[in-house]
Write a protein that binds this ligand. Structure first.
Ligand SMILES: [Fe+2]
Length: 155
């Protein structure tokens, strides 16, 4: 499993993270580094490193939110769910839980913290990609004008 993950992560260096100016690998490394710098323990750093593994280490037909919807099959699920299931047998339960919860955590932050939402790039804002976030936002968070790409977003 470690070899599969390392190979997938290496290949993710050539995939842009959505429409952002960073690759999937750079996004993962940035997230893990931010967690380390904030004093997170090793499990949380690992969760940050692997949180989007469902975007690049699984069969794309199983995932509907990789930015390539035409490849999603009829039973596709969110990358956070598929990624957590991929990792669950191999990582501490807390790591898999964090991977599964990260998309909902972002939606929660977008719904409750306007400053968080405002810092996301237009590419990373969930308003066009996530109907559940639209319901959560319920018009409270500002819609943003497109301002190009940003390395600060997260999906
Ligand atoms: Fe994600």
């Amino acid at each position: 499993m470690a070899d599969r993950l390392l190979d997938a992560m290496a290949r993710s260096a050539s995939r842009l993270y959505g429409g952002e100016a960073v690759s999937e690998l750079e996004h993962a490394l940035q997230c893990a580094e931010l967690a380390r710098a904030a004093g997170a323990d090793e499990e949380l750093q690992l969760a940050c490193l692997l949180h989007d593994v469902g975007r690049y280490a699984v069969d794309p037909s199983l995932v509907f939110d990789t930015g390539e919807p035409s490849r999603a099959g009829p039973h596709a699920r969110g990358h956070h769910e598929v990624g957590a299931e991929l990792l669950a047998p191999w990582v501490p339960e807390r790591v898999a839980w964090c991977v599964r919860a990260h998309a909902d955590a972002k939606r929660y932050l977008c719904a409750t913290e306007p400053d968080y939402f405002a810092r996301l790039s237009a590419e990373a804002a969930p308003d066009q990609r996530c109907p559940r976030a639209d319901r959560l936002l319920d018009g409270r968070a500002p819609r943003r004008a497109s301002r190009g790409h940003s390395a600060r977003g997260h999906r």
